[in-house]
Design a protein around this ligand. Structure first.
Ligand SMILES: Cc1cc2nc3c(=O)[nH]c(=O)nc-3n(C[C@H](O)[C@H](O)[C@H](O)COP(=O)(O)OP(=O)(O)OC[C@H]3O[C@@H](n4cnc5c(N)ncnc54)[C@H](O)[C@@H]3O)c2cc1C
Length: 402
């Protein structure tokens, strides 16, 4: 049986960062990865540029039930800590105005290369194509059974990520490690993904992109708003602003997204705007009042949404119609459907509850010697580098303190 100080299961962002930190402390580390190479997902992050952190990382960018953990973790392992880690292993970084941090060369492959160089420098044993059959607690540590060999490790770090995987595939194997260790997860659902909607108008909007505001309502209560480019697909709302609502929209019943196409305008301003446009095209078809303002199909959808015939002339609109249209422009509602498949999701909402771990070491409070880091935990962040920031920070924290 091979012996090691620490076995890390999963060589993604968190597992690799943890291995680097442990290696630096002189620990003997075995890094088990089920696929043929370590850190493969890093290559597809940030559209191949890897948005590895965000200068504005704090608890507000994550799910509410992770707030306590994030506050403690980021009091030391904040974005600057992650940036310094990368600078020290040879990667220069650059932050954009919105705080997103990228490698200076804008290449995700460079991020993986410096991490792999560091793993080599620190003498970390990489075991790829690892098929872990069992993990059992034994005297003084853990016995890890692979297909053809066994390892003894004093401590085990679970860094298996979530269910979301790159290229729309689903990582089903992370769950098996939880089962082996008898760990229960909070409900897993896809996040940072398009939100499927049940709406008679969505098909006609397919392919349109429009700037605006999206607001998520759950049980009629406003939950969260985002602004940005809204993308309409045949059955979903998409775009980064929508991704940031998907954590809740994908998971719960009774959610709808309110699309506001001119959110800077008050109701009175919208009415005045519509009236002036009606004057301009009074004898033309009613759709012409939106020409130069919205895509033609948005105009048609707004008229259908408000039950106004599309074959009348603009000057046939009465005060009530104008009010209905002014309302619809900023209150175009789409009922959300729960999403259960992880294809096209960038992250997983749910996982091991953060209350079960010690926030200073990431060790499970009631399973000494077992540590959980990265997306395997019930922590998910908004778009913008927050998920990798957490993966790297939790990996470094566990690696330096376990
Ligand atoms: C397309 C895409 C783009 C993204 N872009 C960004 C971005 O720009 N910025 C950002 O902050 N976040 C981004 N994310 C999210 C980010 O990649 C993840 O949050 C982050 O990688 C999580 O790191 P992790 O180490 O916890 O898990 P992962 O990176 O998922 O790594 C887990 C590893 O464990 C391995 N594994 C799983 N089960 C087992 C097992 N049983 N045995 C052995 N190995 C196992 C997996 O193969 C994998 O290599 C993106 C995600 C996707 C899918």
């Amino acid at each position: 049986m091979k012996k090691t100080d620490v076995a890390i299961i999963g060589a993604g962002a968190s597992g690799i960062a943890c291995a680097c930190a442990l290696g630096k402390r002189g620990k003997n580390v075995s890094l088990f990865e089920m696929s043929d190479r370590v850190g493969k997902k890093i290559l597809v992050t940030g559209n191949g540029k890897c948005n590895l952190s965000n200068l504005f990382s704090d608890e507000k960018a994550y799910n509410e039930n992770a707030s306590d953990l994030i506050k403690i973790l980021y009091s030391k392992y904040n974005s600057q800590y992650v940036i310094d880690f990368f600078n020290n292993i040879g990667l220069l970084t650059k932050a954009e105005k919105d705080g997103r941090v990228y490698p200076l060369c804008k290449q995700a492959s460079a991020v993986l290369s410096v991490l792999r160089n560091e793993l080599k420098r620190q003498g970390v044993d990489e075991i790829c194509n690892a098929k872990i059959k069992n993990i059992k607690s034994v005297d003084g540590g853990f016995e890890i059974t692979l297909e053809s060999e066994k390892y003894f490790a004093k401590q085990v770090v679970v860094a298996t990520g979530g269910k979301a995987d790159y290229a729309g595939r689903e990582n089903k194997n992370s769950q098996s490690v939880f089962d082996m260790l008898n760990l229960k997860t909070n409900t897993l659902s896809p996040t940072l993904s398009p939100v499927l909607v049940d709406s008679p108008y969505i098909k006609m909007l397919k392919g349109i992109r429009a700037d605006g505001k999206v607001t998520l309502y759950k049980n009629g209560k406003e939950i969260k708003s985002e602004t940005g480019e809204i993308q309409f697909t045949a059955n979903a709302l998409s775009g980064i602003c929508v991704f940031n609502l998907s954590r809740i929209a994908n998971r719960y019943d009774d959610c709808f997204i309110r699309v506001s196409l001119l959110h800077d305008y008050s109701f009175a301003e919208l009415k005045a705007l519509l009236k002036s446009r009606i004057k301009l095209v009074e004898k033309e078809n009613v759709t012409e009042i939106f020409t130069g303002l919205f895509h033609k199909n948005i105009a048609l959808a707004l008229l259908k949404y408000t039950d106004i015939p599309t074959n009348i002339s603009a000057n046939k609109l009465n005060e009530k119609d104008i009010e209905k249209l002014a309302n619809a422009i900023n209150e175009f509602d789409f009922v959300c459907k729960k999403k259960t498949d992880f294809s096209n999701a960038q992250a997983t909402s749910g996982g091991i509850d953060t209350k079960l771990i010690n926030p200073n070491t990431f060790e499970l409070k009631d399973k000494k010697g077992v540590f959980i880091i990265g997306e395997a935990l019930d922590v998910d962040g908004d778009c913008g580098g927050y998920n990798l920031q957490f993966a790297f920070a939790s990996g470094l924290c566990a690696g330096e303190n376990l």
